[in-house]
Every structure is written in structure tokens, then in C-alpha cells.
Design a protein around this ligand. Structure first.
Ligand SMILES: Cc1cc2nc3c(=O)[nH]c(=O)nc-3n(C[C@H](O)[C@H](O)[C@H](O)COP(=O)(O)OP(=O)(O)OC[C@H]3O[C@@H](n4cnc5c(N)ncnc54)[C@H](O)[C@@H]3O)c2cc1C
Length: 369
């Protein structure tokens, strides 16, 4: 019996997980490794932090789905792949899992390089499930009189997080604490000028301070120092800077891209080990580096499913075509958002309404399995 092993039940594995029974009915054994029983949908993560959604609204019941389809769920972190012996090592035990075909969707993580103390009031934008803890801490601290909250980062995740922290505070207390966004010197770097200006206007309108005097140099004991040596105090600190692919591959003797992601060809197949496939934030797509956005992970679903089946059956593989520009909607809290596609950009309540509609449709499609 051939073994298919999946590492991570992330956004690129949604179709494979929902069709797991098609592998089982052909006589393959399927094992899914994930550290949590649920996988959280990042697109709705900031909304959960802001209190628009509950944790149950934004997560997929991976364990329940896998077991209902006849697969085996292993609650663990894959710590290393041995591509020569075709084994996956787990962090929690000495047990190893052997595979004939392996698919990796282990995502990415925030590099905590400036924060020297990782106390209970320090959070990162990923993993998404930790945003529940962050929300609880903020609510608790607000009643204890917290006076300042800081978000470090200037990209999409940072602006969504800061906007939703404001929403959360506004719901809890009459006078929200000082909320600052430390975005280095380039607010929303690489984004169209109109998008930057719409997001900036919305955030400033909420009273959020945008600090652009330089990058954060260090954070020690709740004190944030920026490059020009100005310091700011913060009771709660979020790091929402860029993400890096899972460190799993650098430890595994497989070919990796510049950021350490699994290097894959146009078939989403490892360039060094043809039995290994991958999708989402954890890969480096050789043909064209892809933005670390869920959109690409979602687009990879069908091809990944088809190629895993083809690899088991000895059939030809399908090419992944990343597709053109994608729709981006920033949820900035208080029911407002900014939409951007091609050269179009606008803001307002209708934008958040649209995002909520699209996100709920996506999650309902896979939650109902
Ligand atoms: C706050 C925030 C908001 C965002 N909003 C959007 C948005 O609106 N639209 C958009 O397109 N993108 C958005 N992104 C980007 C998006 O999060 C990522 O591109 C997306 O999560 C990538 O999906 P993934 O499945 O590859 O990784 P992940 O979502 O990180 O999923 C990886 C899965 O693998 C599991 N896993 C991790 N390591 C291991 C291991 N070693 N062994 C086994 N399992 C493992 C994890 O538990 C997780 O379930 C947002 C990001 C953040 C931080």
C-alpha cells in the first residue's frame, strides 16, 4: 500500500483534504500531520482579533475532516524530512512516518528579530490561532488601564491588525489607549500610491499614530527604540513584520529558495526530490517568485491535488499557472476596508461587506465537509 503524507492542512491543501476519500478508495494510505486540530483562515484573522468573528467562525476542523474521510491525523510538528529514506520526523516523539509521496503546506512564520523579551504582552501576527490569546490579553489589560499598544510592521498584516485592535478597544472602553503603528520609513512599501493614501487616511481618522521616523531597532521591557534613538513605551506589542517560509526545509537536505522555502518547479514538485510537492507560503516557486499571500495557496489547490494523485498513479503532472493580478481587500476595522485591483482602489463600508461575503463563502465551502 502506498503512503501519501501531508505536512500542514493549510490553504493549499483544502481541495486535497476535502477529496481525501478519493485516495483512500484507490487503496492509498493518507496521513496528515498538523500541530493543531484546526487550521485557521488568515484572511479572517484580523477580524477575529477585532471581535467581528469568533475562533469557530474562521477555522477548519482538519482532524475531524481527515478522520471522516478515512485518513489518519497526527497532531504534531514535522521537524525534519529525510528525503533519502523518505521519512518525516516529528518534534514531539521519535516516531517517523514513511511516505511514497509527500506534500508540504507548512506555511510561514514571523521572524522575531527586534523584540528581545518575549513576555506575555508580546505577540506576532502568525500563527493566526494566537490572535485569540492576544484578543483576550488586550481585553484584560484594557480593564486594568493599559495606556498604549504598538504594532510593528508596515505591510498588509500590520495595517489590518492595528485597525482591528482599534475596533476591539473601542468596543471595550470609552477612551481607547494610544495606538501606534511603527512602519519603518516606508508605509505599505510596494503598494499603489492611492491604496497607501486610502489606508493612511482611514487609520489616521481612527486616531492611530503612524510612526515613520525609521525602523524599530530593538524592543526591551516594553520600550521601543527606533533608528533615530527615539523611544516609546508600549504595554502591549505586536510584531507584524514580514514572514519567512517554514524552517523545515533548511533542516531537511532538500533544495531551497533564497528565503529557505521548498524549491519547486512548475508542477509544484521539489526540484531536488520528485516525490515531494508543496504549496502556499512554504514554497519557492522557481518560475516566478510569488507574494506570500493566501490567494496563491488557494489557486494551487486543484493542481496540487491532481499532481499528488498523478504521482501516486504514475501519471503525467499538471503545470501550475499563477494567474494575473489578484483582488486585495484590507479589513481596517470598524466595518471599513480598502479594495485594490489593477489600477482601481477605493474604500468604505461596502468594501468590508464584500470581503466578509467572499471570506465567509470560502470558509463555508470547506468547513461544511
Ligand atoms: C494577519 C494576516 C492577515 C492576512 N490576510 C490575508 C488576506 O486577507 N488575503 C491573503 O491572500 N493573504 C493574507 N495573509 C497572508 C496569508 O496568511 C498567507 O499567505 C497564507 O496563510 C498562506 O497559507 P499557507 O497555507 O501556506 O500557510 P498557513 O496559513 O501558515 O498554514 C500552514 C499550516 O501548516 C501547519 N504547520 C506549520 N508548521 C508545521 C509543521 N512543521 N508540521 C506540520 N504542520 C505545520 C500550521 O499549523 C498551519 O495549519 C494574511 C497574513 C496575516 C499574517
Amino acid at each position: 500500500m502506498k503512503n501519501l503524507v501531508l505536512i500542514g492542512g493549510g490553504h493549499a491543501h483544502m481541495v486535497t483534504l476535502s477529496k481525501l476519500d478519493t485516495f483512500i478508495s484507490k487503496g492509498y494510505k493518507v496521513t496528515v500531520i498538523q500541530p493543531s486540530d484546526h487550521h485557521y483562515y488568515s484572511g479572517m484573522g484580523p477580524g477575529m482579533l477585532g471581535g467581528t468573528y469568533q475562533a469557530e467562525d474562521i477555522r477548519f476542523a482538519t482532524k475531524r475532516l481527515v478522520e471522516s474521510k478515512g485518513g489518519t491525523f497526527v497532531k504534531a510538528y514535522a521537524s525534519r524530512i529525510d528525503p533519502m529514506k523518505r521519512l518525516v520526523h516529528l518534534r514531539e516523539s521519535d516516531e517517523t512516518l514513511s511516505y511514497d509521496v509527500l506534500s508540504c503546506n507548512a506555511g510561514s512564520y514571523v521572524v522575531q528579530d527586534v523584540i528581545e523579551d518575549s513576555g506575555s504582552n508580546v505577540f506576532t501576527s502568525k500563527p493566526i490561532e494566537k490572535l485569540t490569546e492576544a484578543k483576550e490579553t488586550i481585553v484584560e489589560q484594557l480593564s486594568a488601564g493599559v495606556s498604549s499598544i504598538a504594532v510593528i510592521g508596515g505591510g498588509a498584516a500590520a495595517v489590518e491588525i492595528v485597525g482591528n485592535i482599534h475596533q476591539l478597544c473601542k468596543k471595550q472602553v470609552r477612551r481607547p489607549p494610544t495606538i501606534r503603528l511603527f512602519c519603518g520609513r516606508n508605509f505599505m512599501s510596494g503598494k499603489p500610491r492611492r491604496v497607501k493614501s486610502l489606508v493612511r487616511k482611514l487609520l489616521l481618522g481612527k486616531g492611530i499614530e503612524i510612526i515613520e521616523k525609521g525602523y524599530v531597532k530593538k524592543v526591551v521591557a516594553g520600550e521601543i527604540t527606533v533608528e533615530n534613538d527615539t523611544t516609546y513605551r508600549a504595554d502591549i506589542i505586536f510584531q507584524a513584520t514580514g514572514v519567512r517560509p517554514s524552517a523545515l526545509f533548511s533542516r531537511s537536505g532538500v533544495e531551497v529558495g533564497p528565503g529557505g522555502g521548498l524549491k519547486v518547479n512548475e508542477f509544484l514538485q521539489s526540484t531536488s526530490h520528485p516525490q515531494i510537492f508543496g504549496g502556499g507560503d512554504c514554497i519557492y516557486f522557481t518560475d516566478q517568485p510569488l507574494d506570500k499571500v493566501g490567494v496563491y495557496a488557494v489557486r494551487q489547490n486543484e493542481v496540487l491535488y491532481n499532481n499528488l494523485m498523478a504521482a501516486l498513479e504514475g501519471q503525467p503532472l499538471e503545470r501550475f499557472k499563477p494567474g494575473g493580478d489578484y483582488l486585495v481587500i484590507y479589513n481596517l476595522g470598524d466595518g471599513e476596508g480598502v479594495l485594490s485591483k489593477w489600477s482601481i482602489a477605493f474604500s468604505g463600508r461596502i468594501v468590508f461587506w464584500l470581503k466578509n461575503y467572499i471570506d465567509r463563502k470560502f470558509i463555508n465551502k470547506f468547513q461544511s465537509n
